[in-house]
Design a binder for this molecule. Structure first.
Ligand code: F0G
Length: 470
């Protein structure tokens, strides 16, 4: 047994354990499969965990997106859906929840995050403009490119090193931003695209000091800052934990202050906001709001529902109120930390510091004998599924896609396999099972062969690509 296991399990003398601030009212049975069944399912899925049928999955850590458990209050809210085409009362509840908690003025609902990304990219990016951002996200960058923009990474260098212990690895490197302004001119920058707890970097946060400094720099040059608020609650927690002056502030206070340094936000409400579907845009500028409100009726739905049912908006409004609770976030991130600490104790290479929504296994360090083009992270996701029916996700060369100009693969420095923890869904015992499965796959690492891609879709290839074993 690793030395710290009793401590993390709360059994050490003198320690008081904490537990989730909820109890379970309804259960969904899980399926356990045999190795033969998993081998067959994996081959049929072309070694891509996105193509597995969920009925063959035991513990599903593919994503934290739309996979959270709603509360009894949210389910009760579903019964209060006002399904009027226009002016649903649930829309006004949603509007006031976002205004109160995030602090922006004008709200446009969308069906999910990429719907919001589509609208804001089309509304503000002019062809040929640069969009600097703190590391790319798959759908975000694609919408920026489809609107004619060119994404440029301005995250600090530490973010590209899985072992670097910088407490705010999501930070923006202001020198990199300045260099882009000097080179292209402020008028050729569409906006700075800032994400809270940067997904592809391992769920790494941005500090308050950093966003404040970015605001000052942008004000000097008249450049806007737009926030991907998808996991901002979790970002606020890391500020509370790690940044001087914030230990006594609530998550709600920290979140609002952070948002106040930005001009607008888009949201995949399927994450932090505790719903199975939904998204939104929130802006402070009336002209931009008018433009977005105009576009939403073309692509999503009327501006008071944006592709959502009234009941979805009600669950979302309640979810926003619940998601800003300090107790909720502490237990949500506490569970991620619990899993990460177990793996760390066993010497398994993971991205550190442990992030907010997931454990990211460092597939390059896991399989040093595989070349990046042999898809180490995809291989690891496949092996983990084979071992135990646990579903994870590749976040490496397959996710990175190709440079639209040259057609070459992007070779990201980070080649990661993500164990993403849904909110309020699994127990500590599930985390133990996951940790032991990763250990088993780690112990068998030397004899593991890589993959080759045999089918590659044009957009966001990782979702539907197919692979074969080398
Ligand atoms: N921004 C971030 C940071 C995301 O993580 C996602 C989705 C989106 C935008 C797009 O939102 O899925 O609602 O359209 N991330 C999911 C994930 C898919 O698994 O990380 P969406």
């Amino acid at each position: 047994m690793p030395e710290s296991t009793p401590k993390t399990m709360g059994q050490q003398f003198g320690r008081r354990s904490w537990a989730e601030p909820w109890k379970i009212k309804m259960v969904e049975p899980l399926t356990v499969t045999t190795r033969e069944e998993r081998q067959k399912a994996l081959e049929e899925a072309g070694y891509n965990t996105f193509l597995l049928k969920s009925e063959y999955v035991y513990i599903d850590l593919l994503t934290d997106s739309g996979t959270s458990a709603m509360s009894d209050r949210q389910w009760a809210g579903m019964m209060l859906g006002d399904e009027a085409y226009a002016g649903s009362r649930n829309y006004y509840h949603l509007e006031s929840a976002i205004q109160n908690i995030y602090g922006y003025k004008y709200i446009v609902p969308t069906h999910q995050g990429r719907g919001a990304e589509h609208l804001i990219s089309q509304a503000v990016i002019k062809k040929g403009q640069v969009v600097p951002g703190n590391m790319y996200f798959t759908t975000t960058r694609l919408h920026q490119e489809l609107a004619g923009g060119a994404f440029q990474d301005v995250i600090i260098d530490e973010a590209h090193d899985p072992a670097n212990l910088h407490p705010f690895k999501g930070n923006i490197d202001l020198d990199k931003v300045q260099a882009i302004i000097d080179k292209h001119g402020a008028e050729n920058i569409a906006y700075i695209s800032v994400a809270g707890t940067v997904n592809m970097a391992g769920g790494q946060p941005v500090s308050m000091a950093n966003i404040k400094a970015l605001r000052e720099l942008c004000d000097k040059h008249g450049v806007k800052i737009y926030l991907d608020a998808t996991r901002m609650m979790e970002n606020a927690y890391f500020i509370q934990e790690r940044e001087e002056g914030y230990a006594d502030k609530t998550i709600a206070e920290i979140l609002k202050e952070f948002c106040s340094y930005t001009d607008a936000a888009w949201m995949s409400a399927k994450k932090d906001n505790l719903v199975n579907i939904g998204g939104w845009l929130a802006v402070n500028d009336w002209t931009l709001f008018e433009e977005l409100r105009n576009l939403v009726v073309v692509y999503e739905g009327l501006h008071t529902y944006g592709g959502l049912a009234g009941r979805d908006m009600e669950a979302l409004a309640i979810g926003i109120e619940e998601s800003v609770s300090d107790q909720h976030i502490r237990s949500r991130i506490g569970q991620v930390l619990y899993l990460g600490e177990l793996l760390k104790d066993w010497g398994i290479p993971i991205v550190q510091p442990i992030g907010g929504h997931a454990i990211f296994l460092d597939a390059k360090a896991f399989y040093p004998h595989l070349k990046q083009i042999e898809f180490p992270a995809q291989t690891l996701a496949a092996e983990l599924y084979l071992d135990s029916g646990i579903r994870s996700m590749e976040r490496g060369i397959a996710s990175a896609g190709r440079d639209p100009k040259t057609g070459d693969h992007y070779y990201p420095k980070l080649e990661l396999t993500r164990l993403t923890i849904p909110r309020r869904v699994y127990t500590q015992a599930h985390m133990d099972v996951v940790a032991e499965a990763v250990k088993a796959v780690y112990d068998a690492r030397e004899s593991t062969r890589g993959l080759k891609m045999v089918y590659e879709p044009k957009y966001l290839r990782f979702f539907q690509a197919r692979f074969e074993r080398l």
